[in-house]
Design a protein around this ligand. Structure first.
Ligand SMILES: Cc1cc2nc3c(=O)[nH]c(=O)nc-3n(C[C@H](O)[C@H](O)[C@H](O)COP(=O)(O)O)c2cc1C
Length: 330
């Protein structure tokens, strides 16, 4: 049974990122270099508990296998009863934990009173945590949030502590700041002793640009671990201990190709292939001819076409052996 407390410090968590950290990406990261914990993209408790959307959402967001463990399902919404039901479903699906999204600044989400809007409604936030814990049984229930809504909110920190989450991830910005200012790691440093005194594993999030940067941020702020989001885009070897393997352009393109085949394996008929293209710039940049190659890859409609385009341009690429095995599994 997974426990946040059993992780060796400092630990690394892959951030939930909608339409980015899907199963294909998590499998790729698991093959190349896995963090200590991964999270799914956020999924709506209303959708999960609605008979019409349930099956589709499970396939789209919540399918996984052993390779991705420990894997935490992240959920969002406003209705405690829906959280309770969704938590039961997630426990039955075999996840290692549940994370409640109380940090999303998206306009539609906030207008509903969900995501970071819950920082302005601690009573509802508390009811949501209690209901999720009830549905989760023995699964750990953690929270991911921001420093506050309009400004840093000390009462929000107190409320979060009173909810007794199994772990707390703090994106070191307010809703108002979105991602426009550098993350306030100094504020995390101020909060860390309070959270630590309560024996709640505390995870800092915001602008971690490399593994070494993560280690340094843990040391200087006193958090227990870090969560990495944008830093892994186009760089799925972020957590690998053998990053130099991925320095050549052939190696990077081979990873892109492996990613594309994984995407097809899991999402063919479910998601449009063009979704993989948001990763392309990360893999294909910083070398002569990158712009032209990128333009050609952007016009492809399948993994095989990516392979053909790269070969025609003279790159020596191949699907990673482990990914080949995954793709062959039925
Ligand atoms: C494309 C994208 C999608 C995101 N989706 C989610 C999400 O589903 N759930 C969530 O809690 N945060 C989400 N986030 C926020 C990240 O998890 C993270 O908190 C934020 O990017 C700051 O960390 P970073 O500086 O390491 O990227 C998303 C961020 C990005 C860029």
């Amino acid at each position: 049974m997974f426990s946040w407390h059993s992780l060796q410090k400092p630990f690394f968590v892959l951030a939930p990122m909608h339409d980015v950290t899907d199963r294909a990406f998590r499998q790729l990261v698991s093959v190349i270099g896995k963090p200590d914990v991964m999270m799914t993209e956020f999924v709506s408790v209303d959708g999960l508990t609605h008979p019409h959307s349930q099956e589709r959402l499970f396939k789209y967001y919540l399918s996984f296998d052993e390779r991705e463990r420990p894997l935490i399902a992240q959920i969002w919404g406003t209705d405690p009863d829906a959280f309770l039901k969704a938590a039961r479903m997630i426990r039955e699906a075999g996840f290692d934990g549940i994370d409640i999204n109380m940090g999303c600044p998206d306009k539609k989400v906030v207008a509903m009173g969900a995501g970071v809007a819950l920082a302005n409604d601690p009573q509802r936030a508390g009811a949501i945590v209690a209901a999720t814990k009830e549905g989760a049984g023995d699964l750990p229930v953690s929270i991911k949030t921001r420093l506050g809504f309009s400004s840093y909110d000390d009462a929000w920190i107190d409320a979060l502590i009173s909810f007794r989450p199994a772990a707390l991830t703090m994106h070191a910005r307010t809703k108002k700041e979105l991602s426009r200012v550098p993350a306030h790691w100094d504020t995390l440093q101020d909060i860390a002793p309070r959270i630590s005194k309560e024996h709640i594993p505390f995870i800092g999030n915001g602008d971690v640009v490399s593994y070494e940067d993560g280690i340094q941020k843990v040391a200087s702020s006193g958090v227990d671990g870090v969560m990495v989001g944008r830093g892994i885009l186009g760089c799925p070897w972020f957590f690998s201990s053998q990053k130099d393997q991925y320095e050549t352009q052939d190696a990077k393109l081979s990873v892109l190709l492996s990613h594309a085949y994984l995407f097809e394996k899991y999402f063919s008929g479910l998601k449009n292939f063009s979704m993989i293209k948001k990763h392309v710039k990360g893999y294909v940049s910083g070398f002569s001819g990158a712009k032209e190659l990128r333009a050609k890859i952007m016009n492809t409609t399948s993994a095989q076409e990516i392979e053909e385009v790269c070969r025609q341009e003279g790159y020596q690429i191949s699907v990673l052996e482990e990914v080949k095995r995954i793709c062959e599994q039925v």
